[in-house]
Design a protein around this ligand. Structure first.
Ligand code: FES
Ligand code: FES
Length: 146
């Protein structure tokens, strides 16, 4: 089958039960991380047709004909969010970073002027083992100019 990732087409062989997380990592998108592998932590989040999806529980076959983005595909937008997270001390081990950035961009696709409550609600499932979330929230508020 063919997959469109970060605006580039890839021809892949996949099995019916392969998950998008495994496919993307095989293609070399190492920003896509595995955490719980049971749809609970959001560390595997990528964007499919402008919506955040948990790639650990999303069948690769479902992504046929859709636009998939990993953080590598978001260029300057991802770099800007990453530097705001670093400035606010929200980037410690960094393991959750790519998924968090993808989720922030997913929020922006849906609502580019979110309130603090909407941000908290949209990001409530993104777990981070290192921070207390306050630095992340400050960085996100700066990104959305709140
Ligand atoms: S690894 Fe996918 S939700 Fe945790
Ligand atoms: S910075 Fe380590 S898990 Fe979030």
């Amino acid at each position: 089958m063919e997959l469109l990732v970060n605006n580039k087409k890839y021809k892949i062989d996949t099995s019916p039960d392969e998950k998008l997380l495994d496919t993307l990592r095989k293609l070399g998108f190492n920003s896509v991380r595995r955490g719980c592998n049971t749809a609970s932590c959001c560390v595997c989040t990528v964007i499919v047709d402008k919506k955040p999806v948990l790639s650990c529980s999303y069948l690769t076959n479902r992504a046929a004909g859709k636009e998939i983005f990993t953080v590598e595909g978001f260029g300057d937008k991802a770099k800007k969010i990453a530097s705001l997270l670093a400035e606010e001390g929200a980037d410690q081990c960094g393991y959750c970073g790519p998924a968090l950035i993808n989720t922030i961009i997913g929020l922006e696709f849906e609502n580019d002027k979110p309130t603090i409550d909407e941000i908290n609600d949209f990001l409530k499932a993104n777990l981070c083992r290192c921070t207390g979330y306050q630095g992340q929230l400050r960085a996100i508020e700066k990104y959305f100019n709140i």
